[in-house]
Design a binder for this molecule. Sequence first.
Ligand code: GRF
Length: 207
Amino acid sequence: MSGDRLRVAVLASGRGSNLGAILEACQGEDFPARVVVVVSDRESAAALERARAAGVDAIFLDPKAHGDRAAYDRALIATLERYRPGLVCLAGFMRLLSPAVVSAWSGRLLNVHPSLLPAFPGLHPHRQALAYGVKVSGATVHFVDDGVDTGPVILQAGVAVRPDDTEDALSARILVEEHRLYPEAIRLFAEGRLVVEGRRVFVKETT
Ligand code: GRF
């Protein structure tokens, strides 16, 4: 089935554990997607190593080589277009994307965030959750729109916050859910089962 699998590009800045989960899912014979390129804004990102180890093109796009965000994002769009992705997945990509990128893959751009959005968007969501004192946090996979972590929610999973939790401990438990949800969201997208109506995303049953 590999020829007609959905072509996925992943953007990542860091360790790339979500990328790892996606790559692993893509090894499944029946998985309807494959990663065709990984792009990072950090040369030392472990995500690039993971991509290379999986035989996937890994590209470092240097922010310093491009004047401003608009220039960087033009280069990003050009780089991605060479790979003709049907879906672009943000997986710990630490740059804000300009509207040009969002509109280039409108409805085909996903992100994973370690909180139950709309709670605790942006930076340090685990710290925010602990400081607020919520009893449940979790993971969200959502479509990306022009806001920060504001797009329509595809999948969520809750994780109990423990009285003795630290950022690291909570993050580790939420990460388990991220690794489960992200490949599942990609599968649903690839199977054409996600229907967006306004802010709501419905999952069509298989027939
Ligand atoms: C994850 O917690 C993700 O939700 C957030 O950044 C982190 C990236 O982790 N957006 P990794 O690089 O996938 O391990």
